[in-house]
Structures are given as C-alpha cells and as structure tokens.
Design a protein around this ligand. Structure first.
Ligand code: AMP
Length: 584
C-alpha cells in the first residue's frame, strides 16, 4: 500500500483532490477537470454517474440525481435516487471513490489514506458521517480538517514554528454555502475562534436571481412561465451560471437560448439577452451586503476589531466576482488575499496537512502574481472641466497570472473620434505617477450611444511571462486594435506578497493622501522621485533595497509636506545613494 496521503475537499457543490509532489501541493484532475461537481446519479440503465455527467443529467431527470448531499450529512435523513434510498454517507462515498480512482490513475498506484475537510461549524455527528463516507469509499481517514484551516495552510500560514500568533479571517463563498471563520494560528496550534455565515447562500442564489430575471422577462413578453417546465428552467439556470462566470472577467455577457419554448402555434421561441456586469451586481447586491453582517458577527463573537486581523483570505468560486473583492476591501479596509485559486485552496491545504501526516517535506507554495496593478489613464468631466490623469486599474496587484480582464469605458465628448490609450503599471490613483508601459491611438470611432458618446471595451490579457496584450474593441464600429507590452513579473511566496503588500500600502496610502493635499516638489526632487519609482517597478531590484528606497521616498514627501527643505535635501542625498546602488 502506498504511504501517500490524499487531501480531499468534499464540497457542497464541487469536490477536489490534491497531493504533495516535489514538495508542493497539486490538484489531481478528475476526468480532465480540476473540480468534480458533487453530484451523483443513476442513468436510465442503472449505470452510476458521478460528477459532470450526473450534473448534466440533473437538468433532464432530477429524480435520478442527487446534489448538495453535504447538507444532509449527520442529519439522519436519507435521500431517494431512482427509487432507491441511500444514506448521505453512501452518496458522499460515491464522490470520494471517484476522487480516489482519479488519484490512482494519476499516480499509478492506489492510495488509501486521506485527510478530508469539513466546515468549521460541522458538529460531531456531521464529522463522524464524513469519516464513515471515507470508510465506505475504502479510505482510511487520517484527519478531519476544518476548511478555513486548510485555506490558511495553503497560504503557508500555520506551518511556521513559533513566532507571533496569526489571526486570519477566511471568507468562503461557494456554490451553496457561505461562511466566515476567524482562526488563530500559533505554530502547530490552530484555534477556530468564531464562525458565522449562512448555510443556504452561494453562487446558486446568484444564478437563481439572474435566471428569475430572464424568466420574468420571458413571461412578460410571451405569457409563458419557464419555471413550470423543468427542462427549460434547468437550461436557463445553467445559462445564467455561465453568464455569471463570464461577467467576473468581462463587462457584459450574452445569454443565448434557442428553442427554449414554443408559442401557441408551435413556433419556436428564443432568449437572446445581454447582461452588463453592473446590472448583475445590482441583482445580487443585497445578498453580498448580507455577507458583511456575517463578517461583523464573527468579529464580535471573537471579540476583535477589523484592525486586529493579520490576514483576510478569499476562498470559494464565488469570491471571483469582482464586487466581492471590492466590498470586503472597503469593509475591512484591507486587501484580501486571493492569489491561490479560490476553489482549489481548501484541497491544496488538505494536501499540505496530508503531506505532514505522511511525513513529506513541504516547501512554501509559490504563486505567480503580478506585483503591480495594471490599468489605463482615464479622464472625467467635473465642474465643467476635464480632469485627466486618473488611473483605473483593470488587473490589480497580486492577482495570480495568467489572467484576463475587461472593462467598458466611454468617450467624454459627443462625436469624439479618437482615444489615446495609455497603459500604466503602479498603484497611484494619479496615472502619471505610475510607470507608463505603452500607449496607442484608437481612432475612427463611431458613436454607439444615444448621447453621441462611444462605448469601447478594453481588454487586458496578462500571460505568465508578464506579456500584456491590450485590446480595445468598439463593438458598433466592429473595430479592434491590439498592442503588446511587457509588464514586470515576479514569483512570490505568500509571505513575500504579505510583506510587499504592507510596504506598498504604506507608500500608496501616502501617495493618495498627497493627491488630495498635493505637495509641489522642486523639479529636481520630482525627477528624482520618478527615477526612484522606475527603480521600484523593476522586478529584479533587491527587495530589501526596494524597502529602503520606498521608506526614503515617504520621508521626502513628509518633509516636503511640512515645508522642511533641509530634511528634503538630506533625504534626497540618501535616495541618490540608494538609487546608485540599485542601478549598478
Ligand atoms: P465552490 O463551491 O467553491 O466550488 O464554488 C462554486 C461556485 O462558484 C458556483 O456557484 C460557481 O458558479 C461559482 N463560480 C466559479 N467560478 C466563478 C467565477 N469566475 N465567477 C463567479 N462565480 C464563479
């Protein structure tokens, strides 16, 4: 028998299995996919379906299919599938067995030991039921691990021995459940201090809101309620989920459903509807706002304030919705970490725990991230004047690469025929204080709005080598212009990311303040600061030196703000020496 141990995330919507290889946790693909839908079914011939096939069958024969069985674990209730009764443990065991088979196929040997994760709020019967499911699937369950702890382990927290205890808030928004946990990690000791959430909130509800909107519109136009037809509703629901996922990276998505119903004369009816990201976010905003109450509840229960937290982690597929990131950043006044694939983080952390159980050497997980935000300069009309030089990031710093993001922008004058697209890298809200990566003209615009303005989509595609492809598209004019440029790239461990975040937030908080209360520098000082900003943008600069440079830059700003010319001069000399060292 293999001495390897699997890490398994047995989720409500999706499950995943991971293992340590070469000191790093890796997701094992199941049927070519990273996630296995937690759905089990029997086909009309009685054949067992697990995962994607069962998920597809749910649309056409729900009575032969079981979803979300995790909600019933430990409840003593059973489920019916194709007329036969099963315990939740048995259904879960089908899922676990499929994961075990995928691992055996991938590793070329059968693995019979596993660490399985459960929500922090699971009680003893629920944990016991999970162990039993593992046993039914032929697995020896070495450890039941709390999901938020697994997420923290994936980020490398909690494996350091000694040091200060770390307080981590894990915000986990999946397909069907939402929970917030606050954990305290002190070396090997992990305490879940508080949990809050809603067992019936997640991506499914967002799909439902969108599907309901489309069904309401269809009913208004055709007097047919698609919710009454199981198959049509299942198609609509699935299309809503696809559109929702698309809207996390592009500003609009189209739901196209042909032959969704037929009218009284038997003529086919279709749905073709464009949804804008803002419209979708409006549909779910009350649900997202509700998640903030759970954060506050968990903080109150833990007797902590937001400022007492050391880290905030985002876990679960639904945290990819951009509005989630912004809401949490605003509410907790700090940027959460989401560098590790949010729907793989729990399985990866389970694999880390499994590796520890199996006595493996584990290195820190390395993630490829973009160390600076990437965006464009925009202008706005304010008080009858044009205010330009405003920086709008499309890809935020510390986003895992490769990544693709699009946003919609519009021209500022009716009849405007060209746009100057200027692409910057940096964190200042003032575009020119960042590093200009490149610029190009987009002309021959045709107005596509009733007010004479033109909407264009700007798409940023950043690959693993830091190559940024910027594409501007005017849908009305059917015109598209692409440019390629090189962004800085860095490979960081989560510790490096945390360190540079702390450093950057200090620098940029300061820079943003100066935006309000602008400091006017002597041109020589200004040029020196620009030179320093360029050095900081270089990924090869020694991190310690970069820290010193950024500290001196802050000191120069402070001295200039206080009007202390002598201190400015002294600090500038220091900066010149440091730049000399860095540019050598
Ligand atoms: P999990 O339970 O963590 O696997 O999360 C599954 C949920 O995440 C489902 O509702 C998915 O539709 C949702 N999801 C996955 N990817 C995205 C995305 N890019 N944007 C929005 N929701 C997503």
């Amino acid at each position: 028998m293999s001495n390897k141990v699997l890490g398994i995330d047995l989720g409500t919507t999706n499950s995943a299995v991971a293992i340590i290889e070469d000191g790093q946790p890796h997701i094992i693909p199941v049927g070519g996919e990273r996630l296995l839908p937690s759905v089990v079914g029997l086909d009309p011939e009685g054949g067992l379906l697990v995962g994607r096939h069962a998920y597809n069958q749910w649309g056409v024969s729900a009575e032969r299919t079981v979803r979300s069985v995790k909600r019933l674990m430990g409840s003593g209730k059973n489920v019916e599938m194709a007329g036969t009764t099963y315990t939740p443990q048995e259904i879960s065991a089908f899922i676990l067995r499929r994961l075990r088979e995928a691992a055996a196929a991938y590793l070329g040997e059968d693995v019979q030991r596993a660490v399985i994760t459960v929500p922090a709020y699971f009680n003893e019967p629920q944990r016991q039921a999970t162990i039993e499911a593992g046993e039914i699937a032929g697995l020896q369950v070495e450890r039941i691990l709390n999901e938020p702890t697994a997420a923290a382990l994936a980020y490398g927290y909690g494996r350091e021995s000694g040091g200060q205890p770390l307080r981590v808030l894990v915000y986990d928004l999946g397909g069907g459940t939402f929970d917030v946990s606050i954990i305290e990690l002190d070396g090997e000791i992990v305490d879940v201090i508080a949990t809050a959430g809603n067992n019936h909130l997640g991506g499914d509800d967002f799909d439902q809101r969108l599907a309901d909107l489309l069904a309401d519109e269809f009913e208004r136009d055709h007097k047919i309620d698609l919710r009454q037809n199981h198959q049509a509703w299942a198609r609509l629901f699935r299309a809503a989920e696809e559109a929702k996922i698309e809207l996390s990276s592009v500003p609009y998505a189209t739901v196209n459903l042909e032959y969704i119903a037929s009218d009284k004369k038997g003529r086919p009816l279709h749905i073709q509807r464009e949804i804008q990201r803002e419209e979708f976010e409006g549909l779910i905003s009350d649900l997202l706002d509700g998640t903030l109450d759970a954060i506050d509840q968990a903080l109150t229960d833990a007797n902590l304030e937001a400022g007492d937290l050391d880290r905030v982690l985002l876990v679960g597929g639904s945290t990819r919705i951009p509005a989630v990131w912004s809401l949490i950043t605003e509410h907790l006044e700090r940027e959460p970490h989401s560098e590790i694939d949010p729907d793989a983080a729990v399985a990866l952390g389970a694999a880390v725990q499994a590796g520890i159980v199996g006595g493996e050497e584990i290195d820190a997980i390395l993630v490829d991230v973009t160390p600076f935000s990437l965006g464009i300069e925009t202008a706005t009309f304010r008080g009858g004047r044009i205010k330009d030089d405003h920086f709008v990031p499309l890809i935020r710093r510390n986003t895992a690469v490769p990544v693709q993001k699009s946003e919609m922008f519009n021209t500022i004058f009716p009849g405007q025929q060209a746009i100057h697209v200027k692409v910057y890298q940096g964190e200042s809200s003032v575009a020119s204080q960042n590093v200009l990566l490149g610029d190009f003209m987009f002309d021959e615009l045709k107005p596509n709005r009733s007010d004479g303005l033109t909407e264009v989509t700007v798409n940023f595609q950043l690959d693993i080598n830091g190559i940024l492809n910027v594409t501007v598209i005017d849908r009305a004019g059917r015109k598209q212009v692409s440019e390629q440029m090189k962004a800085s790239r860095q490979r960081l461990s989560p510790e490096d990311i945390a360190q540079s975040q702390a450093k950057l937030s200090l620098t940029y908080a300061d820079a943003d303040e100066t935006d309000e209360d602008e400091v006017v520098f002597d041109p020589g000082v200004h040029a020196l600061l620009e030179r320093a900003a360029k050095v900081l943008a270089d990924p090869d600069v020694d991190p310690e030196l970069a820290g010193d440079i950024s500290d001196v830059m802050i000191a120069i700003r402070e001295a200039a703000q206080e009007g202390d010319d002598e201190a400015v001069e002294e600090r500038c000399d220091e900066l010149i020496d440091l730049l000399f060292e860095a540019e050598e």
